[in-house]
Design a protein around this ligand. Structure first.
Ligand code: BES
Ligand code: ZN
Ligand code: ZN
Length: 530
């Protein structure tokens, strides 16, 4: 999608477009009426004609006033009113979009509303639109930092792009929705001067990387093999000047990554261990961040085979890997002042004559031994090696991202990601980043009592902790490998995919938590940079 900016020349009637999108807020007192139903920054004062876009109403002989008085336009969040201008203006249509009550509006509201407006317009074959965000800017000016609207042009770009996302590559007939969409943001001088296009470009970079994560997760496992994933990482490295190492089976054996090898044993697809590094602050090597991703390209459960129902979703068991590879792409494109390394342990988890079996004991990268009680708890086995390797190469802050447990889905559903940590400070950075991006994250407890459940009779630890508190015992298992390095584990089993279209999420992969990882790197670079 192309998103451009232009400076508003003061004349709404001269904007030539298929659809001109303007925003309104709902009045605080929704009982009020007669030209005063909407909040000041949508329609100030007594009369719509005095509002941010009053001249549109005048050009259309009071059509908007009439719709407001008839309560067809209320400003409710997500309300979309399409009005044909019938030649009264250069724009074919005016789209009045409700943002809800002004004191509840946020970046997230804007992203979500923008996504649904764009989908609605696509459904009536409108491909090229102009957006006039004057009401949002007035709101920002009136409420200052409290408004959470500093980056509203970035929000508009992210919402529009992510809302229109579709995974169509395997349809043999060309998808008519694939037609190129364009958005022109018509900017008032007050923020146009403030480098509007660069804010939009940031939104485009972040949305494009999020779509890469979605594409990787939606990709069927017969294409998205461990080697194919390494190929995606190689392409990103080449395009963005990153360092990359892809370790093959022999090298993984030489390094002693017993966890990854144990899981990979059952598959004819060879495993890959991928290390992708962006050095944005080479003068300060301590300013680093490890992003570790679970890269199970298909999880059958192995010998502890899963039930067939829902197994298809297990092509997405590499969503953690997809998010860390995609995030580093955006981090590099945004030239953030921080050193970030993405580490991915990629393999299938298959049952076969060569597969590992319950009761097997593995020796992981750092030397700790693990009894495999259940071969379906494979994510923690490959992460044990990847986290150990991150520490081995001197990385001092680790975030791992994994579709790790069904238990987190039981606990939190698909609404929020579960977070676990051994370092509250690092977790607050992650939670803060999640608040900015709208990707909800909820901290789960790490009381040491839970560690008891992972005790093994034959090895240092076992890979399952029984039926109680499954997401927590999984996290406690990982904490054996992060040891004293500040570490946050994000269990995205519930949030990496969506069952329905809602806001900027479409059915299938969500790209979560790519945007939060980018935001985190950006926040950390601001703190530790300069
Ligand atoms: N990949 C699954 C977890 C999962 C479940 C992801 C649902 C996405 C949606 C993981 O490897 C797994 O199978 N975990 C087991 C662990 C158990 C055997 C201790 C689980 O959660 O049932
Ligand atoms: Zn599994
Ligand atoms: Zn899995």
């Amino acid at each position: 999608m192309e998103i451009t900016t232009s400076a508003f020349n003061g004349d709404f009637t001269a904007i030539t477009t298929e659809a001109l999108v303007v925003f309104v807020f709902e009045s605080k007192d929704s009982e009020a009426n007669e030209g005063n139903v909407l909040s000041p920054h949508g329609f100030p004062g007594e009369n719509i004609s005095d509002s941010n876009f009053g001249p549109i109403d005048i050009a259309m002989e009071g059509a908007i006033t009439k719709l407001v008085n008839a309560k067809e336009i209320t400003g409710k969040r997500g309300e979309v009113t399409i009005i044909h201008t019938l030649g009264t203006m250069s724009s074919d249509r005016i789209i009045v979009v409700g943002l809800g009550k002004e004191d509840h509006v946020s970046s997230e509201v804007l992203r979500r509303v923008m996504a649904s407006v764009c989908r609605r317009l696509r459904s009536i074959n409108v491909a090229s639109i102009s957006v006039y965000p004057g009401a949002i800017n007035s709101h920002k000016l009136a409420f200052g930092h409290e408004a959470d609207m500093d980056n509203f042009l970035q929000d508009i770009a992210e919402g529009a792009i992510l809302g229109l996302y579709k995974f169509t590559k395997y349809f043999s007939k060309e998808d008519k929705d694939a037609e190129k969409n364009t958005i022109e943001v018509v900017c008032d001088e007050s923020y146009f001067l403030d480098d509007a296009q660069s804010q939009i470009d940031t939104g485009i970079i972040i949305a494009n990387s999020t779509m890469l994560a979605r594409d990787m997760v939606n990709e069927p496992s017969n294409y998205m093999t461990p080697d194919h994933m390494a190929g995606v990482a190689r392409r990103i490295a080449l395009e963005n000047g990153l360092d990359i190492q892809v370790f093959d089976l022999t090298q993984i054996q030489d390094m002693g990554m017993g966890g990854l090898l144990g899981v990979a044993k059952g598959s004819v697809e060879p495993p890959r261990f991928i290390v992708l590094s962006y050095n944005g602050d080479s003068a300060s090597p301590e300013n680093n961040l490890a992003l570790v991703g679970k890269g199970i390209t298909f999880d059958t459960g192995g010998i502890s085979l899963k039930n067939p129902g829902g197994m298809m979703a297990m092509k997405g068991d590499m969503a953690g890997a997809a998010s860390v590879i995609s995030a580093i792409e955006a981090i590099a494109k945004l030239r953030l002042k921080i050193n970030v390394t993405a580490l991915v342990a990629a393999t299938e988890n298959m049952p076969s004559g060569s597969a590992q079996k319950p009761g097997d004991v593995l020796r992981t990268f750092g030397g700790k031994t693990v009894e495999v009680e259940n071969t379906d708890a494979e994510g923690r086995l490959v992460l044990a090696d990847a986290i150990g390797y991150a520490r081995h190469i001197g990385l001092t802050r680790i975030i791992d991202v994994a579709t790790l447990t069904g238990a987190i889905v039981s606990a939190l559903g698909d609404v929020c990601t579960g977070a676990f940590t051994n370092d509250q400070e690092l977790l607050s950075e992650v939670l803060g980043a999640g608040e900015s991006t709208g990707e909800k994250i909820w901290q789960m407890p790490m009381f040491s009592e839970y560690k008891e459940q992972n005790k093994s009779q034959v090895a240092d630890v076992k890979n399952t902790g029984g039926s109680k508190a499954g997401s927590i015992t999984a996290a406690q298992f990982l904490s054996e490998f992060s040891e004293d390095t500040p570490w946050v584990h994000l269990d995205i089993a519930g949030t990496s995919t969506s069952d329905n279209i809602s806001g900027y999420h479409t059915k299938g992969a969500t790209g979560t938590p790519t945007r939060t990882l980018i935001q985190l790197a950006s926040n950390l670079s601001r703190v530790h940079g300069d």
